[in-house]
Design a protein around this ligand. Structure first.
Ligand SMILES: Nc1ncnc2c1ncn2[C@@H]1O[C@H](COP(=O)(O)OP(=O)(O)OP(=O)(O)O)[C@@H](O)[C@H]1O
Ligand SMILES: [Mg+2]
Length: 145
């Protein structure tokens, strides 16, 4: 189950909690961890300013995907101190569709993600990305509260 874990992140405090849990789980036989960020096409359709990247991030490199790649690599750095092999990837699209498609295409054995993300609506138990991934995924999903 822990051979090839997919960890989708939106860089929120909730995704950071997942990172902390993975560091605690590092002796559970995790072999490979894929950190994935989905550049939400919808957000970029309306505005050049995303909720997921600050304006500063975008100045690092004019290209949004490249900025996201740089941000992702910096964000995942502390996971590199473990024996787990870390891979980084950025794709564009609708987050939940892309997460599910990526998990199948890359033969992942588990998805681990936050219960909420950047929106963090207080009245909701779980965000829509987490809810749809849990409902539609063909592989096991762990949601960290
Ligand atoms: N764009 C994304 N790329 C990768 N992972 C994501 C992305 N968006 C969300 N996630 C993952 O899904 C988890 C739950 O976020 P989710 O989007 O469901 O909650 P939310 O932002 O609070 O609510 P909503 O998006 O429904 O308004 C995050 O902690 C993260 O692990
Ligand atoms: Mg969200």
């Amino acid at each position: 189950m822990f051979t090839r874990i997919l960890f989708p992140t939106d860089f929120s405090v909730h995704a950071k909690k997942v990172k902390t849990k993975i560091l605690k789980m590092k002796d559970c036989g995790i072999k490979e961890l894929v950190l994935l960020h989905v550049v939400n096409k919808k957000l970029f359709g309306y505005s050049p300013i995303s909720q997921e990247l600050t304006i500063n991030d975008m100045f690092i490199d004019g290209d949004i995907t490249k900025s996201a790649e740089l941000k992702l690599k910096g964000w995942g750095k502390d996971l590199e101190s473990t024996d787990i092999t870390i891979k980084y990837d950025v794709v564009k699209g609708n987050p939940f569709d892309e997460i599910i498609e990526y998990s199948l295409k890359e033969n992942c054995t588990l998805i681990i993600m936050g219960s909420k993300g950047l929106t963090e609506a207080e009245e909701l138990l779980i965000g829509s990305t987490a809810e749809k991934v849990a409902r539609k995924s063909k592989i096991p999903v762990i949601i960290i509260k």
